[in-house]
Design a protein around this ligand. Sequence first.
Ligand SMILES: [Zn+2]
Ligand SMILES: [Zn+2]
Length: 266
Amino acid sequence: MTTQADTETVEQLGKWKQTRYIELHRKLLGLKIKDSYLPVLDDHIRQIAKRFAQSNFVLQFEDVFPDEALFCELFWEASSIINEYFPDSKMESLQPSVIKKAANGWYQYSSLNDIAREIGISWEALSLCLKSAFHPILVRYSERLSPLVNQDSWRQRICPICGGKPDFAFLNKETGARWLICSRCDTEWLFLRLECPFCGNRDQDSLAYLTDEKELYRLYTCEQCRTYIKAIDLRRTEGEVLFPLERIVTLDLDRQASEAGYQPGW
Ligand SMILES: [Zn+2]
Ligand SMILES: [Zn+2]
C-alpha cells in the first residue's frame, strides 16, 4: 500500500456518515510529512535501500527515525487530533527527548505503561499517537523498500521491513494465496494460509475461519493463542481495494471476534 491509498481512503471516509470513530481515523490517516522534510527523508531512505537490496533486514529504530524534528511535528499534530476526542490526553507539551524515548519503546513493542504513567495519560492514547505519527514515515519506507523484499524466502510472522505484526490479510486474486499486511507500515508479505500469524500454530484442528454470507471477508482464529486476524478475499471483489479503508469497514468483525472471546494479535 502507498501514500496514494491513504489519500484515497481519506477521501472515501469523507463521504461517509461521520461517526466519532470514522472522523478520528480519517483525520489521523490524513497526517502528512511536510514537503520541506521529504528530500532529507528520501535521501536517508535511498541510503538504507542500498543496504536493504543486498540483504533484506528488518529496520531498526535508528533506521526509521532519521530526524527528531520531523517525528515530533507529526507527533504533536496527531496529539492535537486525539485530544479533540479524548480530552484527558494532553500530549502537546511533551519534550522531544520524551517523545523519542516513547517512540523507541513503541517501535520495539516494549510496554508503554511506565512512560504513559509518568506523562499522566493512558497508554492506549500514547500508542495511538505514536502509531499515527509513525504511519506516514513508515509507509514511505515501505513504498521504496517493499519491491526489494524476497517474498519467496521471507514467510515470517513479522513485517519484512519494520518488524511489525500484521493486522489484516488478503487472499490474492490469482491463486487465493494469503498475504499479510503490516499494522504499522502497510507492507504486504506472503504467508502460509494454515498457520497462525501470531503464535505460529500449525495444528489444523485449532485453526479456523468464519466467513460472511458473500464469503468476502474472513475472520481467522487460533485456539492456541486466542487471537484473530481479519482478511478479505480478492477473488470475490471487483475494482480496486483500499486496505486502509477495509480495516475500518470491517469494524463489525472486530466486535464479533471480541464477543467470541478472541483478542487482536497485533
Ligand atoms: Zn511494517
Ligand atoms: Zn495463535
